[in-house]
Design a binder for this molecule. Structure first.
Ligand SMILES: [Zn+2]
Ligand SMILES: [Zn+2]
Length: 277
């Protein structure tokens, strides 16, 4: 069974459209994938349509950015009902908040004589979720900075003169919204958080269903520890490559993350999701 449950498309910050992601997954002989765009489920229906009449199964997914004590926590939602109106309303609100944030940052930049065009920033984001990387690109184009990193360091990074904080979901809100849409909530790439054991244990009472144990840059030590935490707390274990684009050498890491052959990942998610239906 070849499975990859963490992939992005142009519905957020990936470079391939949902049907193109499906095409690549078929080329990589995948059996099951999930599209998990940031704060967006618009790619699911086109991806599922593209996979119809093939042996590839495309699961509905989403990656919600939440914030806890001013630190980012990404929560993956799987098997969510992508027609559930309160979910779509909330995702639209988050999208609007992103655009308002761009406008606020642009106003701060204008006030310090570094004007950028909000329209240009939105154009750079295309169909995807607009954010600071697009502002940075507009600043490079306008000649205010030499590089994207320079834009973050001097102006729009967390200590920059034009920084504006994000209005985001709390992890608890993210988990509740996923459950309300009939899905399971999984902590993405726990290995990116230094104190992941404490974070996981703090999210369990909030309803966390699983952890992304098998992630492309997790070390074998991290994987072993996450497996033991998941077993101890009866949490789902999921797998993901966090595919956004091809690597510089042309390879794509779709399906590159190894999982134990007998682990019933999708079946376990379906059983768990039945709790929220
Ligand atoms: Zn993430
Ligand atoms: Zn991701």
């Amino acid at each position: 069974m070849r499975i990859d449950l963490h992939m992005h498309s142009t519905a957020s910050d990936g470079v391939y459209s949902p049907p193109e992601v499906v095409g690549l997954a078929i080329k990589h002989q995948m059996d099951v994938i999930a599209l998990t765009d940031h704060d967006n489920v618009d790619g699911i229906a086109p991806a599922q349509l593209a996979a119809a009449n093939t042996s590839l199964r495309v699961l509905a997914g989403v990656e919600l950015s939440s914030e806890d004590d001013a630190a980012d926590r990404h929560v993956l939602g799987y098997l969510v009902d992508t027609t559930y109106v309160p979910l779509l309303d909330k995702l639209r609100q988050l999208q609007n908040a992103r655009i308002e944030r761009v406008q606020q940052i642009a106003a701060k930049l204008a006030a310090i004589n570094r004007p950028i065009s909000v329209e240009r920033v939105l154009e750079l984001a295309g169909d995807g979720s607009v954010g600071r990387p697009h502002i940075a690109r507009a600043m490079v184009e306008a000649g205010h900075v030499n590089s994207i990193q320079d834009a973050f360091n001097r102006y729009i990074g967390d200590d920059g003169a034009a920084y504006v904080p994000h209005s985001r979901l709390t992890p608890s809100e993210a988990i509740q919204m996923i459950h309300a849409a009939g899905g399971v909530a999984v902590l993405a790439h726990p290995g990116h958080y230094e104190d992941y054991r404490a974070i996981i244990e703090s999210l369990i009472p909030l309803g966390l269903d699983g952890v992304e144990v098998f992630y492309y840059d997790h070390s074998s030590t991290v994987i072993t520890e996450l497996q033991s935490i998941a077993r101890h707390h009866d949490l789902l274990m999921t797998v993901g490559s966090d595919f956004h684009r091809r690597e510089p050498d042309g390879s794509a890491r779709i399906g590159s993350v190894h999982v134990p052959a007998k682990l019933p990942i999708v079946e376990a998610m379906e059983v768990r999701a039945a709790r929220y239906r």
